[in-house]
Ligand binder design. Sequence first.
Ligand SMILES: Cc1cc2nc3c(=O)[nH]c(=O)nc-3n(C[C@H](O)[C@H](O)[C@H](O)COP(=O)(O)O)c2cc1C
Length: 253
Amino acid sequence: MQIGPHQLANRLILAPMAGVSDKPFRNLCRAQGAGLAVSEMISSNAALRGSRKSVLRLDHSGEPGPIAVQILGADPQAMAEAARINVGEGADIIDINMGCPAKKVCKVAAGSALLRDERLVARILEAVVAAVRVPVTLKIRTGWDPANRNALAIGRIAEESGIQALTIHGRTRACGFSGNAEYQTIALVKQALSIPVIANGDIDSGEKALEVLQQTGADGLMIGRAARGRPWIFAEIDAYLRTGRTPLPVHPG
Ligand SMILES: Cc1cc2nc3c(=O)[nH]c(=O)nc-3n(C[C@H](O)[C@H](O)[C@H](O)COP(=O)(O)O)c2cc1C
């Protein structure tokens, strides 16, 4: 799969997970077969820029490219500035978080709360795309709640704003992490857009990965929780998609 000028080794991507997908874990997952690994979210709030957490999250020394960094915020100019800073620190791809359901994030109208304000979404995406030369991608949920599944409208705005790939987690903000992810909305968006669409939610095996690809027609798959404690899941899924078999786990020693 291709994101802007970057041809990925395969279509499997480690999900951004705050507190989990730090540099050592990203490197581990890349070494174990992930085609791309997205950083933990980095706030665009300038007041947080000097904090130990933010400084650590800016460091990409020794990380294999392409380096994908996720930014979070609700102010178009602050997001544009955060994108520029992260490109200066080595980001090859900027990902925008509009999927985070956390209360402390939604309270400041960032993350998935943005899905309720399509005009602001457009302003943020346009500002970030205009600010950097690297490809900008977007990560969303299917909508705010089951009665407001506006992933298709957001996807169209994304494409028009110059976003180069769209990841969709098959749950609404209101769903949190409960129930099962649904893939019909992802299939609908994939059919309507020409940019690459990446399906996300509950993918934990080769069989499930194949099922999601078949149901959605997605170009790529993003895997989060199933990689925790099991980074080799990327190699397993990649092998399954190529051969129809999951290789036996290799235990060193
Ligand atoms: C501990 C944890 C932290 C997360 N942090 C982020 C984040 O920083 N940015 C983001 O877009 N999504 C975040 N997510 C959501 C994941 O990227 C992903 O969309 C979600 O877990 C569904 O995929 P999965 O079923 O493969 O885990 C987080 C999820 C978990 C479990």
